[in-house]
Design a protein around this ligand. Structure first.
Ligand code: UDP
Length: 462
């Protein structure tokens, strides 16, 4: 009895516990910021943690959209660059090399003033593992993409040993026996000057994740159960799928570009389930010829469409030909950036032509929307293969941007029996996505497990 009373006396009162702090460090790109800030809101509003966000000055989210959090900007090489860098791997390498010291300094300052329970960082910020270890702080990794693509990244050494990575041009259609249903062309590579840079970034990301205290995904058991089970055999730390995170709080508050609301009023005037929504996310880029193929594929499909042509989507001039614009005037609407989540849940939208970024994929799954997939690089290659072959809720374009294939895929998805079957599977998955968040569902329980783990970190703090 006396021991219990002493323990109760030593335990901090609940109001102090509320002030326990978690430090988060997102990678400053749209598809990485959205889920990290969504996670921060869950930890704060549902669980009562105080939140500090360490952030690069580059792409700093607007702090006034998140008045409950404190933001700690650190300097980085990109914010001083006038011209945006087009090579994602060189961009990441530059960010990592320029942020390592400022991050270390910022974290040490926060630790002087607060009782920090743990550090949550994007998987690509791999250098933060060493800092966390130095300060004796548990590091939780948020991998903002799918379990299946992370497993493919983790398999790079095996792919290299088995020869899948060399002379790829001659064997693009070959199946990878060790990673079904992936083919050589689905390996999540990223085009860059020196391919060794890709391997360096990926292998460091995987190795430092292995040393972390916990790994979380914006995914759910019913979608990726078998891949999750396999990953748990290789990665021995606790792993939780707690998504879909955007169902707790929308991505609008973290959008870097202004979302054009004219998209919604335009959709309001269209018939139910008649519109194809087209967006290739925040990073993908295409050349002028590919832009023309997309445009003429849409024109030849004769379907109504809403298309996001983001600044920077086209390497070169992004002006669309007058002939195309006059042909689609009655049934096409083009915007620079859109309120994507509202669009995907709008009754007029029938399907989504996407680059298969993971946030876009999960957002579409949650609305039961069938997809046409045009992956550009990295994890998108794996996500799109799973949409086509495993979940069978969409059609992957296999020939890049080619107007004939585009026109046919739109017809298959929006008109035929095949499209109806794809849509039925999508509706089933939508129900599972909704159930997993309700009481007793897989992500609900995983979030409980994650919170128990964080609480155990907290109790071990002296
Ligand atoms: N998005 C948006 N408006 C748009 C296009 C995209 O708000 O016009 C959001 C989308 O909802 C998603 C994110 O931007 O949350 C893109 O993330 P994703 O992982 O799909 O792709 P990335 O941009 O990282 O390639």
């Amino acid at each position: 009895m006396a021991a219990a009373a002493a323990a109760a006396a030593a335990a901090p009162p609940p109001e102090v516990k509320r002030r326990r702090r978690i430090v988060l460090f997102p990678l400053p790109f749209q598809g990485h910021i959205n889920p990290m800030i969504q996670l921060a809101h869950i930890l704060h509003s549902k669980l009562g943690f105080s939140i500090s966000i360490i952030h690069t000055k580059y792409n700093l989210p607007n702090p006034s959209n998140h008045p409950s959090f404190t933001f700690h900007p650190i300097s980085d090489a990109l914010s001083e660059n006038e011209e945006p860098l087009l090579d994602p791997i060189l961009t990441i390498k530059l960010l990592i090399s320029s942020c390592t010291l400022p991050f270390h300094h910022c974290l040490s300052q926060l630790l002087c003033h607060h009782r920090v329970v743990c550090l949550i960082t994007d998987a690509i910020w791999y250098f933060t593992q060493a800092a966390a270890e130095e300060f004796g702080l548990p590091r939780v990794v948020l991998r903002t993409s799918s379990v299946c693509s992370f497993s493919a990244f983790a398999a790079f050494p095996l792919l290299r040993d088995k020869g899948y990575l060399s002379n790829r041009d001659s064997k693009m259609e070959d199946e990878i026996r060790e990673l079904p249903p992936l083919k050589v062309k689905d390996i999540p590579l990223i085009k860059t000057k020196n391919e060794e840079d890709v391997f360096e970034v990926i292998e460091n990301m995987v190795a430092e994740t292995k040393k972390s205290s916990c790994l979380i995904f914006n995914s759910f058991q019913e979608l990726e159960g078998p891949d999750l089970a396999k990953l748990k055999q290789q990665f021995l730390m606790p792993i939780f799928c707690i998504g879909p995170l955007h169902k707790y709080i929308s991505a609008a508050s973290t959008s870097f570009l202004t979302q054009e609301m004219s998209s919604i009023s335009w959709l309001d005037s269209r018939a139910p389930k008649s519109v194809l929504y087209v967006s290739f996310g925040s990073v993908a880029a295409m050349d002028e010829e590919e832009l023309a193929e997309v445009a003429w594929g849409l024109a030849e499909s004769k379907q109504p469409f809403l298309w996001v042509v983001r600044p920077g989507l086209v390497r070169g001039a992004d002006a669309l030909p007058d002939e195309f614009l006059s042909e689609v005037r009655e049934r096409g609407h083009i915007v620079k950036w859109a309120p994507q989540q509202e669009i995907l849940s709008h009754p007029a939208v029938a399907a989504f032509w996407t680059h298969s970024g993971w946030n876009s994929t999960v957002e579409a799954v949650c609305e039961g929307l069938p997809m046409i997939c045009s992956p550009f690089f990295g994890d998108q290659m794996v996500n799109s293969r799973y949409v086509n072959d495993v979940w069978r809720i969409g059609i992957k374009l296999e020939r890049g941007m080619e107007r004939g294939e585009i026109r046919d895929a739109i017809a298959r998805l929006m008109k035929g029996r095949e499209g109806e079957e794809i849509r039925e599977r999508g509706v089933c998955l939508k129900e599972k996505a909704s159930l997993c968040l309700s009481e007793g569902g897989s992500s609900y329980l995983a979030l409980d497990g994650f919170v128990d783990l964080i609480s155990s970190f907290d109790e071990s703090l002296v």
